[in-house]
Design a protein. Structure first.
Length: 467
């Protein structure tokens, strides 16, 4: 028997300490070939398909779908087959097969800082070099970072599409493919989940082997628990058998059952929020913007972005990055706005680039594009970093004022609450005017209270304009 080879989970390009297993394309005992799909892993950015680094027999896999694997830990073990194609010695794939290196506690607790940009937009394209409140890739291997549709079990689909099918309980083999060259798209999966009658009566042709078995297992719905075993169906009483009052659950326990580990986007969000809370000296100002002069049909998001840009021009100190360790500040000549996008998986903050030169239509098209990419989990990693200030329009759901979180290296975030009507004094009496409540949180180490107040004033003044 040839010597076994251990494959350690590489850094998937985001500087995160772990990733979550979404779906194995093989099982122990299968024979896999070099660069064939091995597993899909969920990170804070997307679902990434990791290829096999060798050709040979799979001896051991790290865990089941849903389990978290630490970067640098064992992902799989193989028995290489000398009769099958192998990667040449010395060929750099970006896979780090050595044992995991101990990380400094402080470094592991915080995300990698965004690089200091030049005025050119291209400086934010980290893929070539190579986050409600808002706010990589293998080092040299295109195999992991390129999220191309590949055939697994005879079905072609992007990694994110496979993850969505698994989440919705849709068998990809029964989905009608409308994409080019028979690729199952995200829309195909969502339509099939919404209307099961669109599913094919029989699965499409599948290959044999571990990949198809894994695919079938990944899309199968879990068996429901017997009726009598469901906690919500058990008889409940306020008294124990001894007749004394009792708790039905320990204090602080969740109503939904057992604790579950945070994964993917939510896991990263928890780290980022904790890091921001520990590092930023946050102060929040609140006020209302009178928008009574607006003509009907105004795009609220576009106006908020325009007002934010005007405020950044008036007070450049709020459109900046701050390094709390080196005590340095970087003022930006351009305005890249991080737009908060709330999803079931967690919070994303894609960057609307060059907002200072976009008109209302450009802002709307840019926001729609970013939201679509976030929902489909197809947004590039470079679009989730490098923004210079953030915007959260939480008022589209509910709420008036907030204390939004500033995520370093940014120094400010604007949050817009739910619009309302209020009585406003005017000459000769009172009128009912429509207003938007605004909250601005800023890092008081980098900005003075006067700068923040003048910024908010400039934002309110621009929003008060008719158009």
């Amino acid at each position: 028997m040839s010597e076994s080879k251990t494959f350690h989970l590489p850094d998937l390009g985001e500087g995160l300490p772990d990733a979550t297993i979404v779906e194995w394309f093989v099982k122990e005992g299968d024979v896999v070939r070099l660069d064939e799909p091995l597993v899909s892993m969920e990170t804070a950015k997307a679902v990434v398909e990791v290829p096999s680094p060798v050709s040979g027999k799979v001896l051991k896999l790290a865990g089941a779908a849903g389990e978290v694997v630490v970067t640098g830990a064992m992902l799989a073990q193989f028995e290489p087959d000398p009769n099958l194609p192998q990667r040449a010695e010395g060929q750099d794939t970006g896979h780090h097969h050595g044992p995991p290196k101990p990380a400094a506690p402080a470094a592991a607790a915080r995300p990698a800082p965004a690089p200091t940009p030049t005025p050119a937009v291209e400086s934010f394209d980290h893929e070539r070099d190579d986050a409600g409140t808002v706010v990589g890739a293998m080092q040299s291997s295109d195999a992991v970072q390129a999220e191309a549709a590949v055939a697994v079990g005879g079905v072609k689909a992007m990694p994110a599409v496979r993850a969505m099918a698994r989440k919705l309980g849709v068998d990809l083999a029964r989905v009608r493919a409308t994409g080019a060259e028979g690729v199952v798209t995200m829309a195909d999966v969502k339509q099939a989940a919404a209307d099961p009658s669109l599913l094919l009566s029989a699965p499409t042709a599948r290959g044999t082997g571990g990949a198809s078995a894994a695919a079938r297992a990944s899309t199968a719905r879990p068996e429901p628990a017997p009726q009598g075993e469901r906690g919500s169906d058990r008889a409940r009483t306020a008294l124990s058998a001894s007749g004394k009052p009792m708790r039905t659950s320990p204090p602080g326990s969740g109503a939904s059952g057992q604790p579950e580990p945070l994964k993917g986007v939510r896991r990263n969000m928890a780290r980022v929020m904790a890091d921001a809370h520990a590092k930023v000296v946050a102060t929040t100002l609140n006020d209302d913007a009178d928008i009574q002069a607006w003509a009907p049909g105004q795009d609220v998001t576009a106006r908020l972005v325009r007002g934010l840009v005007a405020a950044c021009r008036a007070v450049p100190a709020m459109n900046a990055w701050f390094d709390g360790e080196a005590l340095t500040r970087t003022l930006h000549p351009h305005v890249d706005v991080g737009i908060a996008v709330d999803t079931d998986d967690g919070l994303f903050v894609p960057a609307l680039r060059n907002a200072d030169i976009l008109d209302a239509r450009g802002v709307r098209e840019g926001v729609n594009r970013l939201r679509t990419q976030v929902q489909e989990r197809s947004i590039p990693a470079s679009e989730l970093t490098g923004y210079t200030i953030s915007l959260s329009n939480f008022g589209m759901f509910a709420g008036r004022y907030a204390t939004p979180i500033v995520v370093p290296p940014c120094v400010a975030i604007v949050a817009a609450g739910r619009a309302r009507f209020q009585m406003t004094p005017v000459m000769g009496g009172f009128e009912s005017h429509k207003v938007i409540p605004l909250s601005v949180t800023f890092d008081h180490r980098a900005c003075t209270g006067g700068e923040a107040a003048r910024f908010l004033r400039a934002l309110i003044d621009d929003l008060a304009l008719a158009d």
